[in-house]
Design a protein. Sequence first.
Length: 723
Amino acid sequence: MSASNYDQQGIVRKTGYNKTTVRFNGEQKYGNLTLGANVSYSKAKTDKTLTSGGLYGGGGNGTMTALYSWPQTENMSKYLNEDGSKYRLFDGVWELSDDKENPYWIINKNKLYDNTNRFTGAANASLKITDWWNVSARVGYDQYTTEAYTYIAPEGCVSSKYQNGRLSKSDYNYEYITTNVMTNFNKQFGDFDLNLLLGTTTESTIRHNQTHWGYNFVTQGTVSFANIANENKFFNDGTSKKRMVGAYGEFRAAYKNWAYLTVTGRNDWSSTLPVENRSYFYPSVSGSVVVTQILQDLGLMKDDILSFGKIRGSWAKVGKDANPYATATYLVSPITYGSFTGVGNNYVKGNPYLMPEIQKAWEVGVELRFFNNRLGFDWTYYHSETENQIASPRLSNANGSIMSSINSGSVINKGMELAITGTPVKTKNFSWDITLNMSYNRGTLGQFLDGVGMFYPTDAQFGTVKSASVPNGGNFLALVGSRYAYETKKVGDTVEEIMGGRYEIDKTTGLYKVHSDGSQVVGNREPKFIGGLNNSFTWKNLSVSALLDIRIGGDVYNGTEYYMISNGLSKKTLWNDRQSVTLNGVINKGTAADPQWEETTITYNADQEYEISGVKYSGKAMIQNYWSNYCSNSYNFIQDVNWLKLRSVAVSYDFTDMIKKQKFIKRLSVSATATNLFTWTNYKGMDPEVSTAGGTGGSGSTGIDYCSMPSTSSFTFGVNLTF
């Protein structure tokens, strides 16, 4: 039996996480029968705050965007007037919904938290029928309930309908039951070791959530649904159920210590797929040959140089079902307009013909160890392709919906992994071990639906960029966004843009022209190479280790810089002390069909006036317009990033030898660990290892830095006692 408590205070004030867990494990043997059980109960509370953005559809912003956009000349800690009312920056000038929100107001006035109670348990039994045959069974249960609470205080800089307060309470209930029955046969026939496993499994998942929410408190200071008029109170209820039944088998064979073979097969039946497609089978086969063992047993080599050598390979298919109810189209809540009531379909269209998603993968590898295992190499090359990928892309609204559940196409990943291990020094009391890991992956989107030029596997969209995948061989971790237009040239009867050429200056605005297509591919977030180097030193009872992480390539979008420039708070906007800006580009003196380019330089001075397309602008206005125009070019904020990080340093000492004379304490050790200590990088933002909160599904918002929480270093100290 064990108990633990974890208490962490967040970086942002009044945020934190506290979790208490109690566990019990037990086992009892009755001859050839073994019975076991384990249970765990935990209670957790998470105190939260809005970070990058406000509530969906409610306006406002989060603590970090409020922090980054706060004027440096204002005292941020002043969020209340002396009478307790809200202090506003632009009171009487801007509407409340347009005013600058104070991060102290968000933290101290709004309230967000989650309470989660979770129970997990399992019971298992194993019966040894003979020395080569046993049967086992297991049942598992996982259930948790989360209470989510959100209170947005009155007077917040949010949409006008929520400016008198908003309250939401949600209950999420999750229940998962699984069973597993296996029979296992193991028998040796001479030099052959054979094993056969057969089994069946079931899974049942039920999710249920209820949300009560409302807005516009009637009486100030009373936070309750009873203080909200009935017409402003709402209730949502949803239940999701899923069942899966599977049957599987595995055959393993080994000959001496020379060769190994494993063959598996599994068939699943899922409730989330159409009846005719709900059954899907996926096999695998893998094998390896220990070349050195064969040669040594045959007397053809010694192990003084090459200690171990193995060649391996595998091929596998893996099946995947859909989310519950992806096969059906459902109605949205009725809408009342005057005396009329309207109904309509949900914005996601179901598909009654969905097929299971299948991933095919193969890999080959070599493992070599030299000089009595003092030097080792482990190399792997892999290739995987997902067929009939289940997704819900944005398609033409002509089909009556915004998104549709479909078998969209294929995703291809291929790459290599290499691990090098070594022990440069090894004596009686001292050893030095090195491990170097290196890998790269290339992810592309294969064949896709005809007519779909871009696939958005996630809803991540920040600044001027969106996470996207490019069909028909394009990057899976692409970034699309807006950019400046380049000069063009006439090629035959067509006009083509000269990519990477000179920027076109728009005569109608006096600024750089923005390309009409706002979904141009502007970056690839996937790194060219990643690696890690770990050094471990041991001297008697003292151990020291250090881990370095390296990344080469991969684009990062600095959305924080975009946000600060758009608010006039970046140092970059101080260029020329805000007295002038200069454009270098070309102006078309011909026509769009027959361009004639003239190189030009335009400077706007703050103390002068300019007439553009018949409209007069002050120089200060044109400088402001320049920076707004600058923000529309995604390339201005995208950087190909490299980094080297000192990921962790750990020190431990075992004092057990010093306390041998007493019998109460069996073991005593002390450890200290520091993580994320230093970063060397060419990235101009805060930390290149970013994934902005807010992107859900697919590749998320990896590689997008948008007013994120700053990364932290951590230091831990531990004492381990065994009695």
